[in-house]
Write a protein that binds this ligand. Sequence first.
Ligand code: T1G
Length: 655
Amino acid sequence: MTSPVNYTLTDEIGVITVDNPPVNALSHAVRQGLMDALDQADKDASRAILIVCEGRTFIAGADISEFGKPMQEPSLPEIVNRIEATAKPVVAAIHGTALGGGFEVALGAHYRCAVATAKVGLPEVKLGLLPGAGGTQRTPRLAGVEAALELMTSGAPIAAARAVAVGLIDRIVDGDVREGGMAWVQELLAEGAGPRRTSEQPVPDHEAAVFDGARALLAKKARGQVAPQAIVDCVEAAATRSFAEGLQVERENFIKLMNGEQSAALRHFFFAERQAAKVDGLAPDTGTRPVESVGIIGGGTMGGGIAMSFANAGIPVTLIEISDEALERGLSIIDRNYAGSVKRGKLSEDKAAACRALISGATDYAALSDVDMVIEAVFEDPNLKKEIFKKLDGVCKAGAILATHTSYQDVDAIAAATSRPADVVGTHFFSPAHIMKLLEVVRGAKTADDVLATCMQLAKRIRKVPVVSGVCYGFIGNRMLQPYGQQTQLLLLEGATPEQVDGAMEKWGMAMGPLRVFDLAGLDVGYKAREALSDEEKGDPATYRVPDLLVEAERLGQKSGAGFYTYDENRRPNPDPAVHEIIRNAAAELGIEQRTISDEEIVNRLIGALVSEGRKILDEGIAQRSGDIDVVYVYGYGFPAWRGGPMFYGEAASL
Ligand code: T1G
């Protein structure tokens, strides 16, 4: 088998080329190939060494698929130290994304150059790990403690220009990365440059208190996560101990994290997210339809956010509303959202203006006669939605995709309202739609393969993570939320307080506890939905008695200043003894005895409710695979990725 690493001697330069598609991951074969190439360069007439990669990117890290298996020699730390120890100057030439172990290889080199479009990063924290091949020791020596901590605890890559500014990259080269790299090596040789070992450089001056400051900040920002704290320990070791001792601290922490639950969960999630983009039974070469213009029906909060998602991806949008006033209101929501993004520094003024300019409004459906796709986003009235699809059937061109943004409704029934059910699909966005990454793509019984393939591809284009769902009430996410909500109500009646339930779930890692979520969504939404149901359809009164009583007491949630909590002017929730009393009375009325409930029981019952409904969803084939459900809950419902998602956690905790 040919090695994915090639070595040539060109113009007295030993050129090491890595070619291991798709992202030049540091598999065992690549590591062995690097070691062999370094041995060759040691022995031959080369005066310097250039490390460069084929394909779309420089090395994007260790091969994550090898984790959890017995490690094969040579190890990555060994190779990086070997590169640094080389007696000839070693230059790394970077294009694409040099990430994790890939960037550590470059940090082991004596000089680094990159094309302007390149990015570098140490995203190991996103896998519950830390840079385990010297990155925690070399990065602070080059970039200083603060920049190193930011790079490793955020895990976010930085652009080449920023990397030059903080000292991680020496030079930007123009044109082809290999040619640019070769030319620079020639220049270095002409200047008589020799090896320059980062391990021999001191860590620049810094405030000693920076480490405790980072620990406190991360305890809030990365609540419950162990890897960020371990990174701070390693960088502190870099600043206070010898390089060799620092490497030892790094190794010990790396092995501990690698064998830990959080990294196993995050590694599962890494692949689950990539797997979710694949649709079983859909041929990889299934064609797609062009989507270069979109219509949105309904300029409410969701319609406005969906319009922004497309405009932000450069796709022109026509927003349809029933009247000029309603249209004005819808467009002003969008203006406010863009102003907010500029204020928070998420978008530049120019970019926001350019995106906003792609959104126009109309009140006549005729404006949609030539668009490639329409997304209906009006409120959850099935008859209104069917009426709208009948109208769209009449005005939209042949081949236009007709999508409904519904959170619950029967997509097949909506499709049946048209003469072209094959063009109908569900696209369930999450609020706020211009921010939340999740998109449930609901495959109707008659949805055409190319319509599905188009939506999966389009999701990436508008920076969403797509997950395919079959048709059922509430699809994947909201269907599972129902038993989760019902179990929450039972826990309250049995003796837990709203703040205890939310506290237990947030301490466990949920972004927000269930009662705060219900108050945010508005308790009247569920109340109105229940009003349309018979007692039999509503099920066990214990699962909705308290929310009904709160609504009847005009406690609708955050929007009315009170729900399960009262809310101050900064929308902070405050426990309310009046709610405790309403719950106690309801329990007495329903004959439910109250008792002390542990946080552990709360977590197990609520996550257990998600898991058991998730299993039914898998059995029914509504979700393709359990990893998809994990992706839905992490990107749509604030489930902690470092727990892997409900199905992964359920398996690990035998729920
Ligand atoms: N290992 C194995 N497979 C990988 C991989 C990796 N590091 N990175 C990507 N793939 C696969 C991926 O599963 C997919 O496969 C295909 O490549 C394309 O990926 C010691 C311990 C590079 C920015 O965390 O962030 O180094 O689905 O769909 O959107 O300190 O992939 O086609 O079968 O994501 O263009 C650190 C992880 C590892 C980077 C490209 N590195 N990768 O994004 O393509 S830990 C990372 C990414 C480490 C050392 C430590 C992205 C990307 P398939 P893709 P993309």
